[in-house]
Structure formats: structure tokens, C-alpha cells
Write a protein of this length. Structure first.
Length: 261
């Protein structure tokens, strides 16, 4: 049976098809209409498990259900009440981002019985810990790469807005940049790098065997510059969503107790 999971982000959607635990296909869309008009999605409706799990940090459950209602699936939306195959130690689970939950579940599935620090580089940088007992312990949220560039432009009178893409990086920027644009890029890139390496050092001091997992759209910029060992898992959120979907559809239908209970 094939499972479909969707990561609905701030600007676009990413869909992943899984056969069991195996990711077999990924598609990206600029809008929900583009996804719904994809003939591959419609043709896949019959063999799919008739369940789709959606994670979104930007859209309400009502909008998701309305948008995907034209598909012949049972739509599940990941939220603070969704049963999870991990324990959630977060103080306010109803405010915890679905992408952070999914990444933690994905890390726990890939590295069972290991402490895992998850660095997710998207709109924001999030750094979250799931311990070897399978408990999500929480983490931090910091501005991401483009958010930092935009903030400097919006909060000052003369700094330009830099529209920068990872594939533009040919050489790592020097901390002694010779023009304003390079100085801004150097501050953001070196600042994020120092921030993440500092977090890795702090966590490894107490958990020397900890696994560091890197994901998110800007992960490739920093992958080779973070203190090893680092595991780059660009589809970690999709992997976690699939694990959550399987847990809900298979285990709960078989009356398996929820580990959060």
C-alpha cells in the first residue's frame, strides 16, 4: 500500500509517496491548485491507502480539508492532538510546529535509541532534541537565512534587500568583506554557522554520542562546514510524516496504545 504525505510550507508544498518506509517519489508544487491538477496525484488515488497526512505551519486545518477535499482520500492534519509514536515533552504541544514534530519523529525512526539534535534550516532555524528514550525535549527557534537578510533591509534606512540563492555561493564569505552586500552575506552565513556549531558543541558536551541531523531548504549551504559527524537528511520531515501516518492508520486501528497516553 502506498502512503501520501504532504508538507505544506509557507511558500510551497512538497508531497512524498512511500511504500512502507521507503520514499519512492517526491513532487513539489507552488500552490494547492497545482497539486490538485497533477494527473499523477489523481491517478494515484486508487492504489493509495486512501489516507493522506498533511503538515502545515501556514494553513489552518479547515483550509487544508477544503483544499484537499476533491481528492478521494481521508485527510489527516498533523496537530497537537495527533497521536505520535514518540513522547512529547513540550510544555505547550498545541503551539509546537508540525514540521518540528515530524522532523523529530523522522529522526527517532532513523536513529532509534539515540539522542538526536535536529537542525532544520528553513524560514527559521530550529534546533530540537529528541532523546534516546524517544521523548521530544524541545529546542529553540532562530531567524533563518533569508529572514535575517530581509530584517536588515527592513529595519535600516540604507541596507539593500539581497535576493540570494544557495547556488550562488561559490566561495565561503570572508569575515572581512570589502563591500556592503558581501558584508551582509558574511554576517548572516558566518553568524548562522557559528550559531549552529556552538549549539552542537553545547549538546555534545553533555551527550557525546549524540547524532546531529541536518535538514531544510538551506541545509546544503552549511552541510560541509558543520562540525562532523553530521547526517544530512533533506527529506526528514516527509519521513516523519510517513511514520506518523502509519502509526495512526495501522497501529491505532489495531487498538495499539498511544505512547503519549
Amino acid at each position: 500500500m502506498i502512503n501520501l504525505v504532504i508538507d505544506w510550507g509557507n511558500t510551497r508544498l512538497k508531497a512524498g509517496w512511500f511504500a512502507g518506509d521507503q520514499l519512492i517519489e517526491i513532487s513539489r508544487y507552488e500552490s494547492i491548485d497545482e497539486l490538485l491538477n497533477d494527473s499523477g496525484v489523481r491517478q494515484a488515488a486508487q492504489p493509495i491507502n486512501r489516507h493522506v497526512l498533511v503538515s502545515s505551519t501556514a494553513q489552518s486545518a479547515a483550509l487544508i480539508g477544503q483544499g484537499l477535499g476533491r481528492l478521494n482520500y481521508t485527510v489527516l492534519v498533523l496537530n497537537g492532538q495527533t497521536p505520535l509514536p514518540i513522547r512529547n515533552g513540550y510544555g505547550t504541544p498545541q503551539t509546537l510546529g508540525a514540521d518540528r514534530v515530524a522532523a523529530a519523529v523522522g529522526a527517532a525512526a532513523l536513529f532509534p535509541e539515540r539522542d538526536c539534535l535536529i537542525l532544520d534550516l528553513g524560514t527559521c532555524l530550529t534546533a530540537d532534541l529528541i532523546d534516546r528514550e524517544g521523548t521530544f525535549q524541545g529546542g529553540l527557534i532562530s531567524p533563518g537565512l533569508r529572514m535575517r537578510l530581509r530584517a536588515m533591509h527592513e529595519q535600516t534606512a540604507r541596507l539593500p534587500l539581497i535576493d540570494w540563492k544557495p547556488d550562488e555561493l561559490t566561495d565561503w564569505p570572508s569575515p572581512t568583506a570589502k563591500n556592503t552586500r558581501d558584508a551582509m552575506l558574511s554576517g548572516v552565513l558566518n553568524g548562522l554557522l557559528l550559531e549552529m556549531n556552538g549549539l552542537i558543541d553545547q549538546y555534545r558536551h553533555d551527550r557525546p554520542e549524540m547524532v546531529v541531523v541536518l535538514c531544510g531548504g538551506d541545509a546544503s549551504v552549511f552541510e560541509s562546514r558543520l562540525k562532523p559527524p553530521i547526517f544530512a537528511m533533506p527529506e526528514l520531515v516527509l519521513t516523519g510524516l510517513n511514520r506518523i501516518l502509519r502509526y495512526n492508520v495501522e497501529n491505532l486501528q489495531a487498538n495499539t496504545p498511544d505512547v503519549n497516553a
